[in-house]
Design a binder for this molecule. Structure first.
Ligand code: PXG
Length: 306
C-alpha cells in the first residue's frame, strides 16, 4: 500500500499528497514541525513532542486548529492507517494558505500534515564505528533572533551547515554560535563526557531542547552520572573522553573525531554503550502504543519493563 499522508483531516496517497504553493509554510518557511519515532508499535515520547509543538506554536502565534488530544489521536490514527510498527512521524503545522506578502493575517487557517514513513539519517556502520564530525562556518541562531527552542520550518542555516560538513568530507557538522560556543549538530544535540560527567550546551547557547537529549540525561542520572547543561568550547570537545550526538532521527550515535582530533581512544566509549543499551529498552515502553508490542508479557518482564 502506498503511504497515506494526513492533510487537514483527510488521507491522500503519497503521490497525491499536495498543498498549495500559496501556503506560507512554503512561501516563508512559516511553520513548525516535530519528528517522532515509532518503535515496535510504540510512539516514543509522543506527549513530549506534542507539548514542544504547542510551545513552538505559542511563540510564533500560530493557532493549531486541533486540540492537543485531537492531534494526539490524529497521530495515532495516521500510524495505524499506515500499519508501520517501526518508522517515523513527520508532523508539520504551517501557517496555511494565504496571499503573497508575509502578513500571517492573510492566512485564515493553519495546515496540519502528518507523514508516517521510514527515516535513516546515518548509515548503520557509523553506529558501530562512530563518526567524524567538523565544526562548520555557518552559525546557529541565538535566542534573541529565532529562538532555537522553536522547531520551525526555517532550517536553512542547518542545511548550510550540512552542506559545509559534506564539503569537508564528514557526515555531520557541529554548529557554533556567534560567540564561538558549541551549540549542536544540524539535526541532533551534542554531548561531551569527561571524567564520568556528561555535558551538553544549554538551550540559550543555541541548542534545541531535544527530547532525546532529555531522555539521555534522565538515563545517565539514573545510572549515577552527573549531567550538566554547560557552555562548551571546541577545546572542551577536543578534550572529551567521549562524545556523542542525540536526536529522534539520529538516536544516539558516537563521535570519534572532531576537526581532525581523535576523541578519547578514537572508538565508541563505555558510557555511550551503556546509554545506548538503556535507551533501546526505553524506546519500546515510554510513549503511546499504536499497536500491541511484538514482545510477550514475559519477555517485557525479563528486559525490565514491567
Ligand atoms: N537539534 C536540532 C536542530 C534538531 O532538528 C534535534 C536537535 C534533536 O531533537 P530531538 O527532540 O529529536 O531529540 C533536532 C531534531 C529530520 C529530523 O527529518 C530532524 C530532527 C528530528 C527528526 C527528524 O531531519 N531534528
Amino acid at each position: 500500500m502506498e503511504t497515506q499522508v494526513y492533510i487537514d483531516g483527510s488521507y491522500y496517497p503519497k503521490s497525491q499528497a499536495k498543498i498549495s504553493v500559496y501556503d506560507h509554510g512554503l512561501l516563508y518557511g512559516d511553520g513548525i514541525f516535530e519528528g517522532i519515532r515509532i518503535y515496535d508499535g510504540n510512539i516514543f515520547k509522543l506527549d513530549e513532542h506534542l507539548e514542544r509543538l504547542y510551545e513552538s506554536s505559542r511563540t510564533i502565534m500560530l493557532g493549531i486548529p486541533l486540540s492537543l488530544d485531537e492531534l494526539r489521536d490524529a497521530c495515532i490514527d495516521a500510524v495505524r492507517t499506515n500499519g508501520l510498527r517501526d518508522g517515523y512521524i513527520r508532523l508539520m503545522v504551517t501557517r496555511g494558505l494565504g496571499d503573497l506578502g508575509l502578513d500571517p493575517r492573510k492566512c485564515p487557517k493553519a495546515t496540519v500534515i502528518i507523514i508516517v514513513d521510514r527515516i535513516s539519517l546515518f548509515p548503520k556502520e557509523f553506529y558501530e564505528k562512530g563518526l567524524e564530525v567538523a565544526t562548520v562556518p555557518t552559525t546557529r541562531n541565538m535566542a534573541d533572533a529565532l529562538n532555537p527552542k522553536v522547531k520551525s520550518l526555517n532550517y536553512l542555516n542547518n542545511v548550510l551547515a550540512k552542506i559545509e560538513a559534506n564539503s569537508m568530507g564528514v557526515p555531520e557538522g557541529i554548529m557554533l554560535n556567534s560567540l564561538g560556543f558549541v551549540t549542536e549538530g544540524t539535526g541532533d544535540n551534542i554531548f561531551s563526557v569527561k571524567n564520568s560527567t556528561l555535558r551538553t550546551p544549554p538551550t540559550f547557547d543555541g541548542a534545541l531542547e531535544g527530547i532525546t537529549r532529555n531522555t539521555v540525561m534522565e538515563i545517565a542520572s539514573k545510572l549515577g552520572y552527573t549531567c550538566e547543561k554547560k557552555t562548551l568550547t571546541r577545546h572542551d570537545l577536543y578534550n572529551s573522553d567521549e562524545c556523542f550526538l542525540t536526536g529522534t532521527a539520529a538516536e544516539i550515535i558516537p563521535v570519534i573525531g572532531i576537526d581532525g582530533r581523535a576523541i578519547g581512544k578514537g572508538e565508541p566509549g563505555p558510557v555511550f554503550k551503556q546509554l545506548l543499551e538503556r535507551f533501546r529498552k526505553l524506546t519500546r515502553t515510554d510513549g503511546v502504543r499504536a499497536f500491541p508490542s511484538d514482545l510477550a508479557e514475559g519477555e517485557l518482564f525479563v528486559i525490565g519493563f514491567k
